[in-house]
Design a protein around this ligand. Structure first.
Ligand SMILES: Cc1cc2nc3c(=O)[nH]c(=O)nc-3n(C[C@H](O)[C@H](O)[C@H](O)COP(=O)(O)O)c2cc1C
Length: 187
């Protein structure tokens, strides 16, 4: 039988448009709590969550992501849609000094916990891919870091625009039988 966790995992979808209504503070706190309780290597908890509500900053983030997405059209599937119009954006920042080997995974698992929590609370989000391994000063990640005042040595793993979904999103997955193998890769 499907329980609430399994239902949230199966029904969560990335949503790029939000209704112009605020996110209740208690729901925001529950979403952030879900990030706080994510697992991390040796419980290093290398993350900081920046809640961006400032209209100019949100618009700036949206423009940055869109501009880079446009420049790379066809190469990577990123878009900044919804970032400017979402009531708030959570930037998932990680500190490699606290976890030099697994900071990316730590940020990813916290982001996924938050997006599942958001869905379970009637909210929605999507993952705007920001992190660029080895990205230079002109990378999208560096520009996002400058805009948000994130120290150079840290990384922004994702931007999560958060709000009430304006539509019902759909996406499919490949069949489980195509993903699962037994004992060895080549059977
Ligand atoms: C690492 C990562 C980066 C992503 N970057 C973007 C992005 O920049 N823009 C976007 O619109 N969606 C982005 N997504 C969302 C994916 O496009 C989405 O999860 C995928 O199409 C499956 O759809 P679903 O989340 O609705 O099931 C990203 C997802 C992940 C995990």
């Amino acid at each position: 039988m499907e329980n609430e966790v399994l239902r949230a995992i199966r029904e969560r979808r990335s949503v790029l448009r939000f209704k112009p209504v605020p996110v209740p503070e208690e729901k925001l706190e529950q979403v952030l709590e879900a990030g706080r309780w994510a697992p991390s290597y040796a419980n290093s908890q290398p993350w900081t969550f920046i809640v961006v509500r400032d209209e100019k900053l949100k618009a700036g983030l949206g423009e940055l992501v869109d501009r880079i997405a446009l420049a790379r059209r066809g190469k990577v599937a990123i878009s900044g849609k919804g970032i400017g119009e979402a009531p708030l954006v959570i930037a998932v920042v990680v500190d490699p000094w606290r976890d030099p080997r697994h900071f990316v995974e730590a940020g990813a698992v916290a982001a996924q916990n938050m997006s599942l929590a958001a869905h379970s609370l009637g909210l929605a989000t999507y993952w705007a891919g920001i992190y660029e391994a080895g990205g230079g000063r002109r990378s999208l990640e560096s520009q996002v870091k400058r805009l948000l005042g994130v120290p150079r040595e840290m990384h922004v793993i994702a931007l999560l625009p958060l709000g009430v979904p304006a539509y019902e999103a759909t996406s499919e997955r490949v069949e489980l039988a195509e993903l699962v193998r037994h004992d060895r890769y080549e059977g």
